[in-house]
Design a protein around this ligand. Structure first.
Ligand SMILES: [Zn+2]
Length: 431
C-alpha cells in the first residue's frame, strides 16, 4: 500500500483530534475579525475563547450556502486580499455564484489533499492521465490537475468534451487514467464502441477518478466494465467535493470502501438535520464540514445539505480519517413532487439494477391539471427486449422506492441527451 503522506494519513485518531481542536480554535479566532462572522458569533452568545474542548465546537454557529451568496464576492474573506492568488466560483446559472478564493497556502493544501487521494486510489508516477474535468471557473479541473502533477503523473489537460479527440489521444499515448464526470466516462465508452474501438483490447485505461455528480454502485460497476478499468486490473474511484470547501477534496482508496476525507484539513460532522445533534455511528445524517486549514475563505461548520453515512473507523488501507461510506443524495438535487421528496439518484438506483436498462435516462416532472406527474425516459441497452410486463415491474419498483407514481417511457437508443460534464437528469416542465 502506497501513501503520499504517511505521517498524516496514518496518524493516531486521538492525536488527529488534538490537531483538529487546535486548528478549529485558530480558525474561529481569525474569523472573529470578519464582520459577518463576528455578528454570527454574537447572535449565539459564543466567542472564540469559549471553545476550550471538543464539545465546545458544537456551540459554534453554522454557515449556510446562502451566506456565501449573500456575501458575494468578498464579504467572507478572512485573509489578506493581497495574498490571494486564485479565484473560483460556481457557474451562477441559478443566481449569484458561490465564490471561493485561495492564498498560495490554500492551493498547496488543496493540492496535497488531491495528491493523497490519487495515491490512495492507486495512481503512480508512471501513469498517463487524461484530465477531462472542465478547466475554468469550476474547481474540479484545476484541483485535479494540480494533484495529479504533484504525484508526478503525466497529465494531458484535455478538459471536457471533444470525445473523438479524447479517444484518439487515449490510443496514441496509451493513456492509463481518465478523469471527468461519471456520465462522461459512460459516454466515452459508448462512443468508443460505436467507432469500433474495444476499450479492453485497444485502450489501456486502468483507473478512473470521477466526480462532480453522485454515482450509484451499479453505475460504477458498469463504467468499470465498459471502459476497460476492470479488465486492466483497476477500477473507478469516486470523488467528493464542493466549492465551499475549495473544490474536490475526498476520494475512494483502492479498497473502494468509502470516500476518504482528510481530517487534518477538514473537520467532519454528521448531524441529524432536525435536532442538529450528532447521529449515531453508522446512521445517515447531514454532512457538516469545517475547513481547518484555508487562510483566505475558510468556513466553519458548513451545512452541505448532503445526506451521507460516514465511518470514523480506520480503513483497511490503514488510513485513520473519516470516510463517506454512502452518499444518499444532495439537497440541491432533491425534487419536491406533489409533496414528496424525490432524489434522482433513487431513480438511477432502480433503473440500473436491470441489465436491460442503459445509463441514459432522464426524469421528467410534469403538470397535469394542477397535479404533478413524474415520468422516467430511458433507453434500453442494445438488443434488450422490452415488453409491458417488464415496464410494469419497473414502475412498481420505482413506486416502492419513491413512494410516488412514476411512469416509464422507453425511448429508442440514441434519442436521449448525452453529457460531457455533469449530467442533467431532470426536465422540469411544470409551469
Ligand atoms: Zn482506505
Amino acid at each position: 500500500m502506497a501513501y503520499f503522506n504517511e505521517f498524516w494519513e496514518l496518524m493516531d485518531q486521538d492525536q488527529l483530534k488534538e490537531v483538529q481542536l487546535e486548528k478549529f480554535q485558530k480558525q474561529a479566532r481569525r474569523m472573529y475579525d470578519n464582520a459577518f462572522y463576528k455578528r454570527r458569533f454574537e447572535e449565539t452568545g459564543v466567542t472564540p475563547e469559549d471553545i476550550k474542548n471538543w464539545d465546545d465546537i458544537k456551540k459554534v454557529p453554522f454557515t449556510h450556502k446562502d451566506d456565501l451568496r449573500e456575501n458575494y464576492p468578498l464579504g467572507l474573506l478572512i485573509g489578506d486580499w493581497k495574498d490571494v492568488v486564485r479565484i473560483h466560483m460556481t457557474s451562477g446559472t441559478t443566481g449569484t455564484p458561490t465564490p471561493m478564493v485561495y492564498t498560495q497556502n490554500d492551493v498547496d493544501v488543496w493540492t496535497e489533499c488531491m495528491a493523497r487521494n490519487f495515491v490512495a486510489g492507486g495512481l503512480t508516477k508512471n501513469d498517463i492521465v487524461q484530465q477531462a474535468h472542465g478547466l475554468g471557473l469550476f474547481t474540479g479541473g484545476l484541483g485535479f490537475h494540480y494533484g495529479l502533477e504533484r504525484v508526478g503523473a503525466k497529465v494531458i489537460p484535455t478538459s471536457s468534451g471533444g470525445t473523438d479527440r479524447q479517444l484518439r489521444l487515449m490510443q496514441e499515448w496509451g493513456t492509463t487514467v481518465f478523469t471527468g464526470t461519471p456520465s462522461y466516462a459512460a459516454y466515452v465508452a459508448e462512443v468508443a464502441r460505436e467507432k469500433g474501438i474495444d476499450p479492453e483490447r485497444d485502450l489501456k485505461l486502468r483507473l478512473g477518478f470521477h466526480g462532480g455528480e453522485p454515482v450509484s454502485d451499479e453505475l460504477r460497476k458498469r463504467i468499470d466494465e465498459r471502459i476497460g478499468y476492470k479488465a486492466h486490473g483497476g477500477g473507478m474511484r469516486t470523488c467528493y467535493g464542493l466549492t465551499e470547501m475549495g473544490g474536490p477534496i475526498g476520494m475512494d482508496c483502492e479498497n473502494t470502501s468509502g470516500i476518504h476525507l482528510w481530517g487534518d484539513h477538514f473537520l467532519v460532522e454528521v448531524l441529524d438535520p432536525k435536532t442538529l445533534e450528532d447521529v449515531q455511528a453508522g446512521k445517515a445524517g447531514e454532512l457538516v464540514i469545517t475547513n481547518l486549514s484555508f487562510e483566505a475563505m475558510p468556513i466553519l461548520r458548513f451545512r452541505t445539505g448532503d445526506r451521507v453515512i460516514v465511518s470514523f473507523d480506520r480503513c483497511e488501507c490503514g488510513r485513520t480519517h473519516p470516510r463517506i461510506t454512502s452518499f444518499l443524495g444532495r439537497v440541491d438535487d432533491m425534487l419536491l413532487v406533489s409533496g414528496t421528496n424525490v432524489f434522482p439518484s433513487q431513480v438511477e438506483y432502480v433503473l440500473l439494477q436491470h441489465p436491460r436498462m442503459s445509463e441514459n435516462w432522464q426524469l421528467v416532472v410534469g403538470d397535469k391539471k394542477g397535479l404533478h406527474t413524474l415520468k422516467v425516459e430511458v433507453e434500453p441497452v442494445q438488443g434488450a427486449e422490452i415488453d409491458h410486463v417488464f415496464i410494469e415491474r419497473l414502475e412498481k419498483e420505482l413506486y416502492s422506492h419513491l413512494e410516488i407514481t412514476c411512469r416509464v417511457d422507453v425511448k429508442p437508443i440514441g434519442t436521449l441527451p448525452r453529457f460531457e460534464g455533469k449530467a442533467v437528469r431532470v426536465r422540469d416542465e411544470r409551469v
